[in-house]
Every structure is written in structure tokens, then in C-alpha cells.
Design a protein around this ligand. Sequence first.
Ligand code: ZN
Length: 455
Amino acid sequence: MMVLNPLKKGLTRIRMYRQKDVFGKYKTLHQQQWLAPEEYEQYVHAKMSALLKHACKHVPFYRDNIGVNELIHHNVIDWPRFMQIPLLTKEIIREHYGQLISEDIQERKWFEETSGGSTGEPIRFIQDEDTMSWMLSLKLLYDQWTGRVPGDRQIRLWGSMRDLLIGKETMRTYVGRWMRNERWINAYRMDKERVKMAVHSINEYKPKQILAYVESIYELAQYIEHHQVSIHHPHSIMTTAGVLFPHMRQTIEDVFQTKVYNRYGSREVGDIACECEQHKGLHVSGLTHYVEVLREDGTPAAPHEVGEIVVTPLCNFSMPLIRYRIGDLGVWSDESCTCGRPFKLLKEVTGRICDTFINANGTKIQGTYFSQLFFYQDWVKQYQIIQETVERVKVFVVLKHPEVGLSGYEAEIQMIDDQFKAVLGEGCDITYEHVEAISPQASGKYRYLISHVMA
Ligand SMILES: [Zn+2]
């Protein structure tokens, strides 16, 4: 093992470098992350400008609607005009799929992907090897922020059934993971057996970093805390695929005696943002993604103001997604990070748009309002709140002590009920049901809130 590790690290790097130029791009990102603000702005401008020119010349959907001269004058982007480009929705991608594909697609090593589809139908989209290698190199950059370099041991607590390739793992998959010093644990619904297995695996493998679905590592941390199990302390934990609420971060950090780095992204656009070692918020990698946070009227949200996250990935020329509505809400920070990187900071990603509830008067209430009512209820193991109509809400609860039943928590439920009615109105009918388990979606993500009214 002593000899194998440096060897594996070396081979992994050579393989990455040769196959997809991932390592080369990683080196570029690694250097560019320290650009001075002015140089950084120029770099972002150049990348966006190249994408817009390409889209207006080679992608029918854009070429038919926008002239390149409208957007770029004397090599300078007209940002107010850029902000008039209609937002790209999942529905538009479905409807205009063919027109969104670049005409020079055959010259690119392209492939089709589908996104998880946490709400409704999944969407199909196209990426290519160049996009992919930028996305992978960005993952390496974020990893490096957490102290992990390629080849350092990593355990993945992964929830996506598709990524896990359950039953379809080939020898190549295993060898690839072994070479990269990755061990994958199926964390799709963490039952007792899986939790025990994960603890054993972490203690035995002693990873430098754990990369995990938020919900999975939180569940694991709660188990370890409750059962007083001894656990290896990794150098860092990176969470992804879900909202990391402050109480979750606290528990995970306390249990594993390490820092949590939150990462934000999606399958169709890659990893947009991640925390650096200063943990001031999530740095948006402007080298690869252009992010806007917008009010409902389409104007930019001010720092501390919740708005819709709209993203333009700068590295996908096969199917440019310009001003794509990813479906999440976020908040800009007005702080600048002490790390010195020029990237903007998202204070937080507060949840999905479909998590927003609406009352009979048409007022929108952010899902976090309801989530926080359940955070510190130590009798609740898991919950899901579904708004069926503006006046009907169903709450499903998994109890820590099922034998007690909901009738044992009348006072607590009354308190929650009052808080619900304070925003949804006295006339709102709220029912509570005790269930044995709440299943995650096929993507492995849990949904605490579902609004059929907003969807
Ligand atoms: Zn920073």
C-alpha cells in the first residue's frame, strides 16, 4: 500500500491529463483563481463574449432571435441587452431541443445527458468532452479548497441511483475507483444496516475527504452521535445535493470533528459554487459559470435579498444554455472573502422555487419558514410538508418513537399548527399523518416541502 499510493496518484494524473485534458484545465483554473479583480473581469468577459458570439452564429434558437451586433458592440458586451434575453426554462429546452443544438455539433465529441428531474419530467440536454473536462477540473479545484488533491482518499456517500450504477458496475468502474482512491457507498435511503456499513467503511478506509449527499451524512452523523460510536475524523467533508441547514452543519462538524464545505450545482450545468477554506459563503466560479440572482420582475436582487438563481455555463458550446432557470433560490453576500479569490459569494442557496408555498391572499412564503418549525423538534425523525391547494396542507411525520404515536405530541403539534396558520391563514386545513418512512426521489434527494400550488 505504501508503494501503491504514490504510484496510483501519478498514474491517475497522467491518465486525466492524457484523456481529457482535465489536469491541464485544472492547472488553468488553479492559476486563474488568483487573478486580480480587473484581470478576472476581463477573463469572464472574454469567455462570455465567445459563448454569445458562438450562440448567435451557430445555434438556431439564438441566431433566429438575437443578432450578435445587438449584444456585443466593439467587442464589449451590452449587459443591459444581455439581461433582456428571455430566461431559458426547462419547458423551452424540451420544446426547442433541436434548435438549441449547435450546428457544428458533429465536430464536437458530444453526448446526450438527462437531468434528475426533481420536479416533473427530466430534461435531455447535450454536453461534450470539452464541457465535461471543464466540469471535472472544476471539481478538482473545489476539492483542493477542502485540502484534497487527486489521489487522496475519498469516500462518497452517494444517493443517486443512476450514478451508483447498482448492479451495473463493471470491472472498469471498480478499477477506476480503486485507481482514484475513491470508495463509493450507496446512501440512497440510509437504513440501519447501511449506516453501520458506512461507519465501518469510514473507520477502515480513513478517507482524507468525505463527499456526501447532505441528507445522508446528516443522518449518519445523527446515528453516530446518538449511539456514541467512535469515528475517523476526515480532513474535510464536502456536502452536495440538498440544502445544508445550519443545524445540519453543526451536527456534522461536531460529530466528525472537521469542517464542512458546501458545494452547489446540478447535472445540467455542473458545480456552480463551493465554499472555500474561509467558509464565508459559496464562491461562484466565474471562470466557468455566469450567475445572476433575480427578483420576480427580472431585475437583479440586492445582497441579502432572496432571488431566483439564473446561470449561464460558459463552457458548453454544443448546447449553450444562456440564462438558464435552474429552479433554485439564493442570496448574494455583500462580503468579500478574505481568501483573496475574485469570485462572487452566494451567502446561501435557500431552496428550490417549488418549495415556496403560497397563501389564499397570494403571498409567497419561503419553504425555510416551515422547515425551521421542525428543526429542533427532537421527537421528529423526518418530515415532509405538501401544500395541495392554498387552503390544504398535509404533513407527514416519521417519529423517533413510533410507539408513542402523534397523540403523544399534541402540544407540540398545536404550536406548529399555530405557526402554519399565522402565514397560511386561519382557514387553512392542516392534517398530520404518522408514516414509517419517507422515500427519497430517484435522484436520491429528499424533498421536505412540495407545493403543488407553485408547480
Ligand atoms: Zn474565499
